[in-house]
Structures are given as structure tokens and as C-alpha cells.
Design a protein around this ligand. Sequence first.
Ligand SMILES: Cc1cc2nc3c(=O)[nH]c(=O)nc-3n(C[C@H](O)[C@H](O)[C@H](O)COP(=O)(O)OP(=O)(O)OC[C@H]3O[C@@H](n4cnc5c(N)ncnc54)[C@H](O)[C@@H]3O)c2cc1C
Length: 250
Amino acid sequence: MPDLLAKHAVVIGAGMGGLAAAKGVAPYFEKVFVLDRDALPEGPAARAGTPQARHAHALLAGGQKALEALFPGIELDLVNAGAVAVRGGRDITLDGPGPEPLPRRDLGFDLLCMSRALIECVCRRSLMKEPNIELCSRSRVTELVSSPDHSRVAAVRFEQDQGEPQTLAADLVVDASGRGAPTLSFLEKTGSPKPKRRNRDQYRVRNRHLRNPPRPGGGVDGRRAVPDPSAYAARRIASADGGRQMDRFP
Ligand SMILES: Cc1cc2nc3c(=O)[nH]c(=O)nc-3n(C[C@H](O)[C@H](O)[C@H](O)COP(=O)(O)OP(=O)(O)OC[C@H]3O[C@@H](n4cnc5c(N)ncnc54)[C@H](O)[C@@H]3O)c2cc1C
């Protein structure tokens, strides 16, 4: 057990960034609070705070390995929760504009296919088993509070449903709120320089689920097609059930 660094860490946002950050810092703090403005669902359900989760997501091998290191046993938990293992290069291919599709070839590793909501759900369940991590639903952070000398963040202010604003002292704050609004407004308020942001507004994303034709001999067949850099179409996994059900959860 490593030595504790300090008392409270606060993570803003319970998306993949926030869940991973909470797990990473938990050994070093007495208590970690994860605040999310959404009502976090019990199962792998869509929610307002992560609208991008409805789009097709792929978990690449490096990310899967990193998650397994952070959440030991997560690969098995995901499979038990309904994720489908496919063989990289053989069962799933990537089609892009330009060159011909790559020939199918077993690249020697398995990839897990599931919805993003399922990954979040399995990570949330893992965090709920940690005695020093508290997931706080319906807790919208409204402000980062600076220390009296303005040298650091000392607390976060947040609101729960219709309740009174509350303040939580923090030795460390991780802003995993996606667009980082709390941090940007803190930097502005304290007259600190803001980071440069890339303008990605020129991109628009569209995708839909399609059903693959049955594969000779059965099994799983997946293809992800990117026909044009500005338009995105993804054909997701068609499994034995014809691709109707991406998630199964007990
Ligand atoms: C169309 C599309 C396709 C993508 N495909 C892939 C893919 O295939 N593979 C991949 O790895 N990535 C993909 N991404 C990127 C991926 O979705 C993001 O990188 C990832 O969601 C970022 O996670 P995050 O936790 O940092 O932020 P988010 O997922 O945005 O989570 C932020 C969380 O913070 C909460 N929050 C926000 N403000 C507050 C507040 N003030 N107080 C409390 N809580 C707050 C929100 O409710 C939310 O839960 C895709 C993105 C898009 C848009």
C-alpha cells in the first residue's frame, strides 16, 4: 500500500476519463469523490452527459491493455457482461478511402467489442467496490474555488438536484468533465493563461448500425468502414444473434 499523499481528491465527471482517473489516484488519497451531473444508471444505459456514447466506439488493443492494468480482471468482467471477443485482423477489418481493404490476417490478439455504455458500467461497478471511492450522481460542479493566495484550487462547488450549493475541500482536483469548462473558467477568473484549443467544429459525425450478412460457418464478423474523412459510417459486430443485441448484462 503506497503512502497517502493527502486527504481528498475530487474527480469531475464519471466518463471514461474520470473513472480511470479515480481508480488511478485512489491508492494515494484517503477519499476520492467522483462527481457527475448525470443520474448515473445502474446498467449499461445511455445518458445525457455523454451523447457521443451512442456513436460506434472501438476499444483499441492499447486502450484495452491499459484498462486491464488499471482495473485488473476487467477483460473477463466485460466478457461476462456480454462483450464479444474478436480476433484482430481476422474477425474485424477497417475499410478506409483509397487503398483496397487489407486482406484478412490473424494479428495474434483478441479485441473486445461492446458498447461504450457497457465499459463505463463495468468500470463504475469496479469503483463501487473500492472502499475509499464515492460516486456522486446528480452532482453538477459549478465552480473551482481557489486558495486564498490564488495559487491553487482548494475546493469545488457543486449542486445536487434542487439542493443548496455545496463546497467540498480538495487536495487534488481532476477535471474530467470533457470540455473542461470548470478549469477554463477558473483560469479566466484567476487571470491565468488558458491552453490553446483545437477547433474541431468542422467535423460532423454520422454512423449507424447495420446487420452483416451471415458468415459462412457462423461466428462473428465485423467491419468498420470510413468511406470519407468527413463522413463516418461504421458497421458493427454481427454476432450469432444477427447483431440485434450488443450488450447483455445480468
Ligand atoms: C462520434 C465519436 C466517436 C468516437 N469514437 C471513439 C472510439 O471509437 N474510440 C475511442 O476511444 N474514443 C472515441 N471517441 C472519443 C471518446 O468518446 C472521448 O475521447 C471520451 O468520451 C472522452 O472521455 P471523457 O471522460 O474525457 O469525457 P466525456 O465522455 O465527455 O465525459 C465527461 C463527463 O463529465 C460529466 N460532466 C460534464 N460537466 C460536468 C460538471 N460541470 N459537473 C459534473 N459532471 C460533469 C458528464 O456528464 C460526463 O459524464 C469518439 C468520440 C466521438 C464524438
